[in-house]
Every structure is written in C-alpha cells, then in structure tokens.
Design a protein around this ligand. Structure first.
Ligand SMILES: NC(=O)CC[C@H](N)C(=O)O
Length: 204
C-alpha cells in the first residue's frame, strides 16, 4: 500500500455500509465495499458495520466469507466493528440466535440487545480513552454491551451515567477495535481516524 492512503474495506453484506465509507473517506482512507473472499486480500483494514448480526452471520456463511474473515483476523488485519460489527468480533455472544456465528478475535463476551426495551435506542456522551476534543456523541441502537473481557483487552470506554452506568461500550485488542455505538451516524470521524491510524501503524 502507499503509506499515506490505506485501503479499508467495509463488509457490505448488510447494514450501514455507506455511512462507514463516508466516515473512512473523511478520515483519509480509501473505502471499498467487500462482498467476496478474494476482495479481502487487497485490504489494509476492514470495517464491519452496524446492522443485524444474525443476518450478517447468515450471509457471511452463505457467501463463503466466514473462514476467510477468521483467517485475515488471525493474520493481524486491523478490523473495526460497530454495534453488530462488535458482535461479529466477539469470541462469545450472549442472547444470540442459536445458529449465529461470529468471526471472533476479541477475547470478550458481548450481550446482544443488552440495554433492554426501555433503552432500545438512546444517545449518551461517551468518554473514549485517547481521543482528544471531548466526549463522543454515542448513538446506541439495539446495541450490545461488553459483559466481560480477557486480560489482553483494553477497555476504551464505559458509560458514565444512566441506568447502564459502568457498562463497557468500546474495546481494543491488538489491531481489533469495537464499539457498541455508531460513530458513523454522527458526522464526528474521530473514531474512524483512530482506526485509520491503527491501520497505518499496522502496515508499517
Ligand atoms: N445497530 C445495530 O447494529 C444493532 C445490532 C443488532 N441488535 C444485532 O444483534 O446485531
């Protein structure tokens, strides 16, 4: 790759692909939709968007992408998952559908639709470790939370107020990044810029 403009795929099976592509472009990456296994080879990084993790799991299996995705994660490909994408990166899922699979890679347990009916969708400020410029505007839509993490996982954000105060909503393990919320819907591209920096550092 050219060191200045990394190529970052957006898994385009389902979900808010376009919004991530726009945010990545704003963060100075070349965004590409990814639907076929061979398209994974050309990437410096990948985003797994928000959407519905059960559908994404079905489609990844149907398109023959699940094993190639696992292989690329094992090779160290930087991947960022938001919401359903966070579920796809979790080693363990609670309240998933029985046949649901994840790509895995982050040593964490996530709970799907964790915030419950009253809180299906809500917005909350999120203090994200290492990001300058004040709290993020966190948009949560039938979001998962991180129930527990292994020793190698860095917690980047937890909710500071409300009924779910203290719940972990952003993590990183090596080149893998996941958020419960949707920065791609806010016009604030700091999380994407953080990820693109990680992609650049990994490609060096
Ligand atoms: N906004 C989202 O990505 C929602 C995630 C969805 N509830 C799931 O289980 O996959």
């Amino acid at each position: 790759m050219s060191s200045s403009t990394p190529v970052v795929g957006v898994l385009a099976l389902q979900g808010d692909v376009r919004e991530h592509a726009v945010a990545l472009a704003e963060a100075d990456a070349l965004a590409r939709p990814v639907r076929r296994p061979e398209e994974l080879a050309e990437l410096d990084g990948l985003v797994i968007p928000g959407g519905e993790s059960t559908t994404m799991s079905n489609l990844a299996l149907a398109f023959g992408l699940m094993e190639p995705l696992r292989a690329r994660v094992a090779e160290g490909l930087p991947v960022y998952g938001s919401c359903a994408g966070m579920i796809m990166l979790a080693d363990k899922i609670l309240d998933g559908r029985d046949d649901q699979q994840s790509v895995g890679g982050i040593d964490m347990t996530v709970r799907r639709n964790a915030f419950g009916r009253q809180n299906e969708s809500f917005e909350s400020p999120v203090d994200f470790a290492g990001l300058e410029g004040g709290p993020l505007h966190g948009v949560f839509i039938r979001a998962p939370w991180v129930e527990s993490v292994g020793a190698g996982v860095q917690v980047l954000a937890e909710l500071s107020g409300g009924p779910a105060a203290g719940r972990v909503v952003a993590v990183r393990q090596g080149n893998l990044l996941a958020t419960s919320f949707h920065p791609e819907l806010t016009g604030d591209h700091r999380v994407h810029a953080y990820f693109v920096d990680l992609v650049r550092a990994a490609a060096r």
